[in-house]
Design a protein around this ligand. Sequence first.
Ligand SMILES: Cc1ncc(COP(=O)(O)O)c(C=O)c1O
Length: 537
Amino acid sequence: MVILSKDPQSDPVSGSPTPGEDAAPQRSSRDATCNTRQQTLYNKKIERIRIKDYRMLRGITYLDHAGTPPPSATLVQKFTKTLQADLLPNSHSSATADPNLSYRKTEETRLKVLQLFNASPDHFEVVFVCNATAGIKLVTDAFAGIPEGFDYYYHRDSHTSIVGVRELATTAHCLVSDDETLEWINNGFQLDEKRQEIRTTLFAYPAQSNMNGRRLSLSWPSSLRRNPAHSNTYSLLDASAYVSTSTLDLSDPSYAPHFTVLSFYKIFGFPNLGALVVRKDAAHIFNNRRYFGGGTTDMITCEGEKPWVARKKGRLCERLEDGTSPTHSIVALGIAIDTHHELFGGMESVAKHTGWLARCLYEKLAALRHANGRPVCEIYKDPKSTYGDTKTQGATIAFNIRKADGSWVGSSQVGEDALKRKIYIRTGSVCNPAGTAHALGLSTDDLEELYLNGFKCGEDSDIKYGPLGIVRVSFGAVSTLKNVDEVMAFMIACYYCELTIFVRQVSGVWLDMEWSHTYVFLSREKKVEYIRLLSLL
Ligand SMILES: Cc1ncc(COP(=O)(O)O)c(C=O)c1O
């Protein structure tokens, strides 16, 4: 079994804080405390924005922003106005308009995307794809087309869509920790002794874990670049979770990954569109891509012995955007970028605000204890990350809940309980197979045994040796401090045990082992258990 990566701050054995004590680790200079004036004022501004722009959030507590945030009314209204006013022809139809408005708007939006990430068009190109996964597949297709194949290294905290690349690689290795990743980056290929020549290699990792929101080092691509042993290694950064509440800064190309993928709906809620941002010096990799779709070729023959194709040679978007481009989504994206900035005052403000909320909730959850002193939550925080420090931690908290007797509440049960109170969270293994397994202390053998016994991801019976899933709360630009309070009210009402009685005797009869170790819970919504015990007495 892998050692359970539990939060040392909520561990009673390792000297945990008592309620009221400061559970927070060291603060960075950019930190906010739970009620600073500046944060409170910004929070008020968001409350006002919610009333006008997010009517769908009325009466509910939405905390699955890592899944998708909702779109603002302003964005949707501006978009429908544009659709009503402008004719947007197929961008391949040059005779429809001059200049083709779809083409023009697409190019404007491409530039806006580069500006969003401080990326210079001299060094980067934007390729529109339908989501981050499609961007990953485009990169994979190119590497898979290399005649000698490619080797693949990916970090343990990767999303399923990054893990899947390994099926097309010649060899694949999961880097199970930051230490192993650094060792591999610094010392080249010592992990693979048989390696004779410098083979083409792809290294992929997330900028932020979609499981617990920890942020990984953004300097790994530049470290790889500096090591001659990695002269043929390319980096693929999955920025999907990171960009939703943070600015991705690609202003220094020497630091930037070769390929960056993301889904825009994770930032703006709409449109469902993604991007692959390619450093121009890595564009040649796409010469290996085998597939071609409409719009990416100069000439094709189909009949005869040797049909051939002349692919477009110019910009990457012309070579890689197969088929009719999603013009309406691209137009919506341009509006979304501007509207989001107008509403929230830029990504820096969003990062500070959401980091502050996550820290407030983390501190409260870490401090929450049953009357017998046992922590209510086991929080899966990475030991190196710090809530409130936007460099190391995003606005996501992953945890599980224990009753006062130490037994687990299944994550799907928590999801159901939450939904009854109109609290929207995510539960399960959240498409992060290795990160979640590590946090839960589940080894490959455990997972195999579970699968053979009929367990599948996302199923309800999610307690076996321990929990098989996690509870994930994630904040977004439109979250407020009230959401933190709502989660805490839910936790206290459903899981916090005010009174614990250790029962030894019922009606003068000593209880057997099973009953004598039973705690009686008296929480506000668990009166039934208490009443059951009274009937025994
Ligand atoms: C970190 C991360 N990577 C990749 C993805 C896949 O994104 P999409 O489903 O939009 O392709 C997600 C989606 O949740 C994610 O959180």
